[in-house]
Ligand binder design. Structure first.
Ligand SMILES: [Zn+2]
Length: 388
């Protein structure tokens, strides 16, 4: 059977996790560049607009007219992107709650993980975010709805209430699960090393999205894709990156790289607390040697060769599923995107392949009802029994 893979190009569109960075440089400009590439190739992409940030800008705009100008431009950028046929969906970073604005900088002190908030508090944030986006976009398309959710820093499981809350808000599917990731950082603790399904859509256990339910549930999980990059490509990618850094230092010694989003700030926010030297060596050097390096399919972090490895891995798994149509969610972060040329080359290649199609998140949600098969635990056991 011929298998068609339906790729959703998803992008978490936001400032840095600690609220730093310039909105124009990290969001407006790279988004326009990316959308221009999509438009040229006839692809419709999807953007997970982080709305807590925007609502916070609005809350402070009366005292700070510069924030009003940026918030207005945010609205206009989102509307213009949507008008051109791209999708906009819900993304929430709770650390923006009760943020303070001092001397032109944001100070975020609230918890980073939605899992640490009460049902009521989480409900308030998600409800307001959904209403903001729907209000903004429904006069362009009255049928527009928030149908998917990506939680800030992937925090969705386990939780006694998060999936119920999403159902209550009319969300059709969540895409916060990335099988295999584990964070134990200052801001985030989560463990997705034991996910029962890392590739295909499934009905989750309602209190633990890492597990596949026995039965049909009122919400679907579509995992965000990840793959094992070969040792050879990872090594080459790191050497290229290091060479790039040295080149930058020589040619532009005083320029802050990364659009004002410093590598040091990123490293500090995401540094693993699990700190023994031996465990670091094991994780970074020994595990990849046997299995390849576990890599989130985040296009901003990959070069062309790694993107092609990712696509090959997706093709293999799609075919192995025995299904005619498989949806796959790829990630991106506009704020980290620098290598537009490699991304364009990859998209051009994928767009020319007869077994690849591109879909938006709204299309993905619609097709979960008919075209795309959604797993239950029973269907997994059934398939395993047939295999024996
Ligand atoms: Zn985010």
């Amino acid at each position: 059977m011929m298998t068609t893979t339906h790729l959703a190009l998803v992008d978490d569109w936001e400032l840095s996790g600690n609220g730093s960075g310039d909105v124009r440089q990290l969001q407006f400009e790279p988004l326009r560049r990316l959308v221009a590439i999509y438009n040229e190739l006839g692809i419709h992409g999807s953007f997970n607009a982080e709305v807590m940030q925007q609502i916070t800008f609005r809350q402070h705009q009366d005292q700070h007219p510069n924030l009003k100008a940026l918030a207005d431009e945010w609205d206009e950028t989102v509307r213009e992107t949507f008008r051109q046929g791209h999708d906009i969906q819900l993304h929430i970073h709770p650390q923006w709650q009760n943020a303070e604005y001092q001397d032109g900088h944001w100070k975020l002190t609230a918890d980073w993980s939605i899992l640490n908030y009460s049902f009521k508090a989480a409900q308030q944030m998600l409800q307001r975010g959904k209403e903001y986006l729907e209000h903004l976009l429904q006069d362009i398309d009255p049928h527009y709805r928030c149908v998917s959710f990506r939680s800030g820093a992937w925090c969705i499981a386990p939780s006694p209430h998060m999936l119920d809350l999403l159902v209550q808000l009319g969300i059709v599917f969540d895409m916060s699960i990335v099988a295999g990731v584990k964070y134990d950082t200052r801001n985030i603790q989560l463990d997705y090393t034991d996910c029962e399904e890392g590739f295909l859509p499934y009905y989750p256990v309602m209190t633990d999205a890492r597990k596949v339910s026995e039965k049909v549930e009122p919400i679907v999980c579509v995992p965000t894709n990840c793959f094992y990059a070969s040792r050879r490509q990872v090594l080459r990618h790191h050497v290229d990156k290091a060479a790039g850094k040295i080149r930058n230092k020589i040619t532009r010694p005083n320029v802050v790289s990364n659009n004002g989003r410093s590598v040091e700030a990123y490293g500090e926010q995401w540094a693993q607390i699990d700190g023994s030297r031996l465990s670091r060596v094991y994780r970074k050097a020994i595990v990849p040697y046997f299995r390849g390096k576990h890599t989130i399919s985040d296009l901003a972090q990959l070069d062309y060769a790694l993107m092609m490895e990712m696509l090959e891995s997706i093709r293999k798994r799609s075919r192995a599923s025995g299904l005619s149509d498989v949806p796959v969610v790829l990630e991106n972060h506009t704020k980290d995107l620098h290598n537009f040329a490699d991304l364009e080359r990859f998209l051009r290649n994928a767009a020319a392949s007869s077994d690849i199609r591109f879909i938006t998140l709204t299309e993905l949600a619609r097709n979960l009802k008919h075209r795309f098969k959604v797993k239950t635990r029973r269907s997994i056991e059934h398939a395993a029994a047939n295999h024996r």
